[in-house]
Design a protein around this ligand. Structure first.
Ligand SMILES: CC(C)(COP(=O)(O)OP(=O)(O)OC[C@H]1O[C@@H](n2cnc3c(N)ncnc32)[C@H](O)[C@@H]1OP(=O)(O)O)[C@@H](O)C(=O)NCCC(=O)NCCS
Length: 675
């Protein structure tokens, strides 16, 4: 018998392009209920989840207040979605192919699938719509096998055609061959490991024909992951956050006398993590991983970092490209909203960031309370949390109607607050923001302009600042970002969560390092030490000295940002006509360290802080402000993570456990009886 008997299709991702129409329909429903619009890009892909779940997602925590939502949604759905949704190009032809080459729908409630297809006028093309409401839903391999059973197709004969890693992994777990299609919503890179890859529906048709006629040799059929698959007993990867995933690879451990099969979660770049959410419940044991050296605290779609290979990408785009081509404000949008803005979006975004840059006049008085010697990071963190007292409606972190404006306000006001804290420290009058300047030029103006004379920022300085801020904009789950996420997981408002991140960044092992680098260089010069003499000191553990700006928890190769900054350092100083002996010393230290076995063995390379301080000096930024500059750059990353966390309906409050090592039960001793 020919290998292929069934093509199992995914309805929403592969078959129909529903995004725009779905968004239209959801927003029409929200408008009829006088609720704010949801951005289109937040809505796509929900179609497969069914109307009721979509309603819940659209209304978020307010669901209980709108019992009338469901009928309105159904009416909108009938009116628009069923009739306006488009098939992807070529799918109609595929569906009209001879019966043995036709697609079979699965994984969706039968009634729902039928409704959509009837609305599109293509239902008749299907041999059968299998997997009705009672069928197991994805990502359960048993559901796929059930569909095969209904169709009278053996699993060896079936081929699943899908666009998502979850669907493909589900089929694999069931022992069914898979064909990934790249035109849907799935990530092409993640799908590349499928048995077959098709870029349009016509290619799928050819593949089916080729397999059926024996022109294309079938790939070996994968083994089901275990024999209980059809009984629906496979371990389901139900994340800490309660998300369901397809189960592929698993690991077995024996703990507390229990044999346990734990699912392996695979990221889009292939990183693998063992999911242990049920570990304690099933075995009574925990894991101990101080400093999270092996622990992924979350899944995140914002930044990819490979410390071994020296790769850093924001939303998939390499940092090198962003540094060369983007602006800080555009990069901030990318990180926070997940895509590069189009012209209109960028224009609106930059307008928001300009318009909201002033701070309330009453806040100006707060600065008077600080001594001249106050560290600007102390002022910055206090001022940012103080913003929440001026925008009380931002206090409800879950209320998404004010989220975007709160985000814009924060990014817009941060440079003003940072510059005011500097002005305070030198006793100069505050300089108000100017709406005719871009983000970076405005910041330099607020920092360096004085009422007594005109100020014109140097375009070289503006460009350099733009680059530095982009390079600092995000770095996945670092100390301050994890702080923001964990504080925010208690549903703490954005301002307060970011303020906590600022405090974490202040530490010398984190954002404080750029200041430490310049102080270290100053100290070496003051003591008249050569680079090799200082390196010798660093290697002597008793000296307690570290080569600041070297080493990184995750980069065990060149930090890609350090490479860009080193190059920029040379260019900026040359173009500004500055010769800084600190730069020469830094280069000598780098050269000496990189050929020294101590640094080679420990894989210690320059990090982002090694050269950034030298550029900041060239821009006239005082050492005490360096960490503030880091905070200014990191702000969009913190916000993106806070937003991702707060918008995930499965987020739970972060609360690690501990292994207690203190005294066992003992009793209170009155003071007169104590030794
Ligand atoms: C970033 C940093 C905190 C990472 O720390 P970590 O992942 O916990 O690594 P460790 O501190 O355990 O370092 C591993 C080894 O390298 C040594 N090491 C790390 N960074 C070093 C540095 N900058 N100078 C000298 N030795 C260093 C440690 O002493 C340790 O040596 P050992 O194995 O003999 O004990 C650390 O490299 C550091 O302190 N760097 C300087 C501060 C800095 O630039 N921070 C900015 C980061 S962007």
């Amino acid at each position: 018998m020919a290998r292929l008997a069934a093509v199992i299709y995914d309805l929403d991702g592969t078959l129909i392009d529903s995004r725009a129409d779905l968004a239209d329909s959801v927003n029409a429903m929200l408008a009829r209920m006088d609720l704010p619009r949801i951005e289109d890009r937040l809505i796509h892909g929900f179609i497969g989840e069914g109307a009721e779940r979509l309603i819940r997602r659209s209304l978020g925590s307010q669901e209980h207040r709108y019992p009338e939502a469901a009928p309105i949604w159904r009416a909108e759905y009938q009116k628009r979605l069923l009739h306006k949704t488009r098939l992807y190009p070529g799918v109609r032809e595929l569906l009209a192919a001879p019966p043995e080459l036709r697609a079979v729908l699965t994984n969706k409630p039968g009634g729902f699938a039928r409704q959509i297809l009837a609305g599109l006028g293509v239902a008749a093309a299907f041999r059968e719509i299998a997997g009705g409401d009672e069928a197991a839903r994805k990502p359960d391999p048993a559901g796929v096998l059930l569909v095969c059973e209904r169709l009278g197709v053996r699993r060896e004969e079936a081929l699943l055609v899908g666009d998502s890693a979850v669907d493909l992994a589900t089929a694999r777990a069931a022992g069914i061959s898979v064909c990934a299609v790249t035109w849907g919503l799935g990530d092409a890179a993640a799908l590349a490991s499928a048995d077959y890859l098709c870029h349009n529906a016509a290619e799928v048709a050819l593949l089916l024909k080729g397999l059926t006629m024996g022109i294309i040799a079938p790939k070996p059929v994968p083994e089901p992951l275990d024999s209980s698959a059809s009984a629906g007993e496979r371990p389901s990867a139900r994340g800490a956050a309660g998300k369901e995933r397809a189960v592929g690879e698993t690991v077995r451990i024996t703990a507390g006398g229990q044999e346990l099969e734990l699912p392996v979660v695979v990221g889009t770049e292939g990183e693998r993590g063992i999911e242990i959410v049920n570990l304690r419940a099933k075995t009574g044991m925990m894991t101990l991983d101080p400093a999270f050296m092996n622990t992924a605290s979350t899944e995140s779609a914002i930044t990819f970092l490979d410390g071994e290979k020296g790769i850093l990408r924001y939303r998939g785009i390499p940092i090198e490209e962003l540094g060369e081509k983007s602006s800080f404000t555009e990069t901030a949008y990318l990180l926070i909203y997940g895509h590069l803005p189009n012209k209109d979006e960028l224009h609106k975004w930059e307008q928001l960031l300009t318009r909201h840059s002033m701070i309330h006049e009453d806040m100006k008085r707060f600065f008077d309370g600080y001594p001249m010697t106050a560290h600007p990071m102390a002022i910055l963190s206090a001022m940012i949390t103080s913003l929440s007292s001026f925008y009380p409606y931002a206090l409800n972190a879950k209320a998404d109607e004010y989220r975007d404006i709160t985000i814009a306000r924060l990014i817009a006001k941060m440079p003003t607050i940072a510059a005011f804290s500097y002005k305070k420290s030198i006793g100069h009058p505050f300089v108000y923001p100017r709406n005719d300047l871009n983000y970076c030029a405005n910041f330099l103006h607020e920092m360096f302009a004085v009422p007594a004379e005109a100020y014109q920022s140097d375009p070289v300085a503006v460009r350099a600042l733009n680059l530095l801020l982009i390079l600092h904009a995000d770095h996945e789950q670092n100390c301050s970002t994890s702080t923001v996420r964990i504080v925010g997981s208690a549903q703490t408002n954005l301002f307060a969560s970011i303020s906590a991140g600022i405090c974490a960044l202040w530490g010398p092992l984190h954002g404080g390092a750029n200041q430490e680098v310049v102080e270290m260089l100053t100290d070496i010069r003051k003591k008249g030490l050569s680079a090799t003499e200082f390196i010798a000191q660093v290697k002597d553990k008793k000296s307690g000295a570290r080569l600041m700006g070297f080493g990184h928890r995750v980069y065990k190769n060149f930090d890609p940002r350090a490479k860009i900054i080193k190059k920029a350092c040379d260019e900026v100083l040359a173009r500004m006509g500055i010769r800084d002996p600190m730069l020469d010393l830094a280069k000598e230290l780098e050269e000496a360290a990189l050929k020294d076995p101590y640094f080679i063995e420990r894989k210690l390379y320059p990090n982002v802080d090694f050269y950034s301080g030298i550029i900041y000096r060239a821009l006239g930024i005082p050492t005490g402000m360096f960490t503030v500059m880091f905070a200014l750059g990191r702000l969009p990353g913190w916000i993106a993570h806070w937003k991702e966390m707060i918008e995930d309906p499965n987020t739970k409050i972060g609360r690690p456990r501990q292994i207690y090592t203190g005294a066992r039960e003992t009793h209170y001793v009155p003071i007169e009886k104590r030794a």
